[in-house]
Design a protein around this ligand. Structure first.
Ligand SMILES: *Cc1c(COP(=O)(O)O)cnc(C)c1O
Length: 374
């Protein structure tokens, strides 16, 4: 069998995003022992870099050794116990996964539903928290990658605090693309992923937990049902000075890649990275408008890094995506769930968010649709 040589594809879908050469080079550096003091030193730097990205002083900040879904599961299995009630917001595909996590942790999920393509309604959330006094947590998705919608994380975290509930935030697509303010929001658990706006390959899930969340975890009455994701055990590996207790073998080279990606973010600066995502989103919006394509989401709730584009009537949605991939080497995403067949999802995440990429995808779409810029 020949070796596998992947084609060169411009990744403008919902993730993974394009991985810059310097990050790929970091992956190819020599593998050393995961308990080597020099590797442990790199782990400490990585935690510091993640605190910078999450804008937090949280001691418990680390990358879980698995993709974003494992970060999600880490938050739920550690904070939730059987018999708890959790208010879960669902305005897209990922909210439904949060419910699944709550139910499997033996807790009750009280759902707050909003239409796909709209932001989470704060009044409904407040009513649900009022109707469920003693709810352990409020869980929501900050950046819904399935619809391109941003919800008001600051206000949602404030509501959680006012009702004595922990705030669990999915920031998989937000981190590095739009502000994620763990401390200013007063969020208790935030999880993300390496392959969206951080532009590292998939496989790691940065997480951060507040001091209040750590207290909840350390005073649990029941053991965490997942051995691998039990933060009580993971902490022994990622924390403490000097001696680390072996828990699992860290994905060593992937951690080099995340370290390099975060160095890149630090060099660019958070505000500059957010401004770049915003500017290229506006360039895409204008370019699409010029060929008669509209965005699904109302302006105030649009995510700059994930653009849901309405498929015009009579256009073969999947055919256009196939042609983009085969003839132009550009990958974009399809709609999920109730939006399947109705939208394309164009991601401008991390290193993918450049004016040149915007012009390339707009030009290719114009050709596929036989349209000329007005
Ligand atoms: C991608 C994504 C996830 C899941 O991350 P994986 O790395 O695919 O496991 C969870 N939530 C949101 C909002 C996402 O965009």
């Amino acid at each position: 069998m020949p070796r596998f040589d992947p084609p060169d594809v411009l990744l403008l879908g919902p993730g993974p995003s394009p991985v810059p050469r310097r990050i790929l080079d970091a992956l190819a550096r020599p593998t050393i022992g995961h308990l080597d003091p020099r590797f442990v030193g790199m782990m400490d730097e990585l935690k510091e870099l993640l605190r910078f990205a999450f804008q937090t002083g949280n001691a418990l900040t680390l990358p879980v050794s698995a993709p974003g879904s494992a970060g999600m599961e880490t938050a739920f299995v550690n904070l939730i116990e059987p018999g708890d009630t959790v208010v879960v917001c669902r305005n897209g595909v990922f909210g439904a996964r949060m419910r699944e996590n709550v139910v499997r942790a033996g807790a009750t999920a009280v759902m707050v539903e909003d239409a796909f393509g709209t932001a989470i309604d704060l009044d409904k959330v407040e009513a649900a928290l009022r109707a469920n006094p003693g709810a352990k947590a409020l869980a929501f998705v900050h950046a819904e990658t399935s619809t391109g919608v941003q919800s008001d994380a600051a206000a949602l975290c404030r509501l959680a605090r006012e009702h004595g509930a922990l705030a669990i935030v999915d920031a998989v697509t937000s981190l590095g693309g739009i502000p994620v303010l763990a401390d200013a929001w007063g969020a208790d658990a935030i999880y993300s992923g390496s392959q969206k706006c951080l532009s590292a390959p998939p496989g790691l899930s940065p997480v951060t937990f507040s001091a209040r969340a750590v207290e909840v975890i350390t005073s649990r009455k029941t053991p965490v049902q997942s051995w691998f994701l039990d933060l009580g055990l993971v902490m022994g590996y990622w924390q403490g000075s000097g001696a680390r207790a072996y828990h699992h073998t860290a994905p060593i080279n992937m951690l080099y890649a995340l370290h390099e990606a975060l160095l890149g973010l630090q060099e660019e600066g958070l505000e500059a990275a957010f401004a770049r995502h915003r500017d290229n989103h506006l360039r895409l919006r204008d370019g699409l408008a010029a060929i008669g394509l509209d965005l699904l989401v109302a302006e105030a709730a649009r995510l700059p890094q994930l653009n849901a584009v309405k498929v015009p009537d009579g256009v073969d949605e999947a055919g256009v995506r196939r042609r983009l991939l085969n003839d132009f080497s550009i990958e974009i995403g399809a709609g999920l769930g109730e939006l399947a067949g109705k939208i394309w999802r164009i991601g401008l995440m991390g290193a993918g968010s450049t004016p040149g990429n915007v012009d390339r995808v707009v030009g290719a779409l114009a050709e596929c649709l036989g349209r000329k810029a007005a």
